[in-house]
Design a binder for this molecule. Structure first.
Ligand SMILES: [Fe+2]
Ligand SMILES: [Fe+2]
Length: 170
């Protein structure tokens, strides 16, 4: 049900100009261009993750840039509304089917599923090319990784845990 309500919010996503103006404080022009490349629903989601982190007093620049760009890998995949609906349903019913559907062939109708499944790595490559820091690149690459609980986490793992928590509720 949560995923359904998240999906419904994405349908009516709105990003006011004052929020876009805020981006120049955090993103360089090439990074802002990456952000703008995302569809409106992913821009809204990324900004919600960013705001959630700031509300929890996370001010680490690498983390906040990762919040804004963590899903940018989805932008090159022609992910349409029906793909997103299908992905939500398959994840709920038979998640292992998503890997079987994914095909690394840009001309295939199955390519959007590949992009969805691999968007962390694809996004990390885009972020690196746009000059993001190594920590931001790794946070994007690892944002869907299962993080083992460990009281002696590295800085990167602490930032990753914060990103995953905010991502999971937005
Ligand atoms: Fe993601
Ligand atoms: Fe996300």
């Amino acid at each position: 049900m949560y995923r359904v309500s998240q999906f419904c919010r994405a349908l009516v996503a709105w990003v006011p100009k004052r929020e876009l103006d805020l981006l120049s404080e955090y993103l360089t022009p090439p990074q802002a261009e990456l952000f703008q490349r995302m569809p409106r629903c992913d821009q809204r989601h990324s900004l919600d993750v960013f705001h959630a982190l700031r509300r929890k007093q996370h001010h680490d620049h690498d983390l906040l840039v990762a919040a804004l760009l963590h899903d940018v890998g989805k932008s090159g995949g022609r992910l349409r509304l029906w793909h997103r609906v299908l992905i939500v349903l398959i994840k709920a019913l038979r998640p292992q089917l998503l890997d079987r559907l994914a095909e690394d062939e840009p001309r295939s109708w199955r390519y959007p599923f590949f992009v969805h499944q691999h968007h962390p790595e694809l996004g990390a490559e885009l972020a690196q090319a746009a000059g993001c820091s190594p920590t931001t690149v790794e946070l994007i690459r690892r944002h869907q990784e299962t993080l083992a609980s460990n009281p002696f986490r590295s800085r990167e793992d602490k930032l990753l845990a914060a990103l995953q928590e905010a991502d999971g509720v937005n």
